[in-house]
Design a binder for this molecule. Structure first.
Ligand code: MG
Length: 390
């Protein structure tokens, strides 16, 4: 049979031999499965693997009822994405934030509606690919966007066979300690929760109701460790905010997160001039574009994947905050180890981590980042480095 009449199968075999030769010369590629190698090199895949996108809701049961100024819950639902392309599956999760009128069922519907478009995209061009998905999901589905973005970035890390923090050029040893959060509760339960958090060197305490002094007193009756305090927009009077922040300073508190409602920008600016503790914007920081303006009233921002819409946008927020000389905190919602591990891969970039959302739940479907004496320990597997537990 002449060369002109070589069958498609033979052509494919020849192509594969040529690519193997190139891969052998490259050395570093030889450990990679050939299907991934060919896809990574732009060559035809060894076999047809149809891309797929699976979307599910997962009910995460809380160990303690979780109360902040905004709500009280025994469970939280998150939207989960499994993105498969060229036989590699990336996992993603988003925890819709009610404060921004985002809801789990709505997030699932939004992703379901564009599943075909996600499956048709090229993950190697993830910058344009994810920007396109962001446009399709619109302005009100940040957690849905986070679920897709995390799944695609998990895929990228797995396809490159490196943990995600390496993709961003980071050293896992630089991961900070994480706080453990104490939700608002009765003094007795607050004492119990504080005692249970003995392994964590720094605690984050939720305040913002009319029980703030009792809450801090309950924590302080159990431990002397440093505290960070989140008022979740709870104080609406600027003089009350000043009084409470100055009192908190005497209680060994390091900083205060979102003391007043996000829209009370001028009031927060005034308060900041009257207190010593740094003030961090959480609810007030919802896009990269607003970070320069926030510098006039805050000392730093709390970056969350569910607010930013995933790892790639959170990275942009962090870089923008750094350019403006703002402090950076990395936070999370109540979610599984999927989303929390995704954030943890960026944690070597930040000053403060509050990545405990997975520690608050009883039925984590994944294992990923762990905590040793408060320090975040990043998994070494490719991508997010998750193990699926069920
Ligand atoms: Mg907060």
């Amino acid at each position: 049979m002449g060369r002109a009449f070589r069958s498609r199968k033979e052509n494919k075999a020849v192509n594969r031999r040529q690519w193997l030769k190139v891969a052998g010369a490259a050395g570093a590629f030889t450990l990679r499965p050939i299907g991934r190698l060919l896809a990574a090199s732009g060559a035809p895949p060894a076999s047809d693997h149809k891309p797929s996108v699976q979307v599910d809701l997962k009910r995460l049961m809380l160990r303690h009822t979780w109360t902040t100024t905004m709500s009280s819950n025994a469970y939280r639902d998150t939207v989960n994405v499994r993105y498969t392309y060229d036989a590699i599956t990336g996992f993603g999760e988003g925890a819709p934030i009610i404060r921004y009128s985002e809801f789990p069922d709505q997030a699932k519907l939004a992703i379901d509606a564009i599943r075909d478009k996600i499956a048709a995209g090229d993950p190697w061009q993830f910058d344009a690919f994810l920007a396109g998905i962001r446009k399709l999901l619109g302005e009100h589905e940040h957690a849905a966007m986070a679920a897709v973005d995390i799944a695609v970035m998990d895929w990228i890390g797995k396809a490159l066979n490196i943990p995600l923090y390496k993709y961003f050029g980071l050293d896992a040893a630089d991961a900070p300690i994480t706080t453990f959060s104490i939700g608002i509760d009765t003094p007795e339960i607050t004492k119990q929760k504080t005692a249970e958090a003995a392994a964590y060197p720094v605690l984050k305490v939720k305040v913002g109701l009319n029980t703030d002094e009792e809450t801090i007193a309950a924590v302080r009756s159990v431990t002397k460790k440093p505290l960070r305090v989140d008022a979740n927009e709870g104080w609406t009077d600027k003089e009350e905010a000043i009084r409470k922040i100055n009192w908190l300073e005497t209680q060994g508190v390091e900083f205060i997160e979102q003391p007043m409602p996000a829209h009370m920008f001028e009031e927060i600016k005034y308060v900041r001039g009257k207190v010593h503790l740094p003030i961090i914007a959480d609810e007030a920081c919802t896009s990269a574009a607003m970070i320069p303006q926030l510098k006039n009233a805050y000392d730093g921002i709390n970056v969350k994947l569910d607010k930013a819409g995933g790892i790639t946008e959170a990275y942009r927020w962090i870089k923008m905050a750094r350019a403006l000389d703002l402090k950076v905190m990395l936070g999370c919602m109540v979610s599984s180890s999927c989303s929390v591990t995704a954030a943890a891969h960026l944690s070597p970039l930040v000053d403060y981590a509050d990545l405990d959302g997975n520690l608050l739940i009883a039925n984590d479907p994944f294992a990923g980042v762990t905590v040793e004496k408060g320090k975040l320990i990043l998994p070494q597997g490719p991508g997010l480095g998750l193990r699926v537990l069920g």
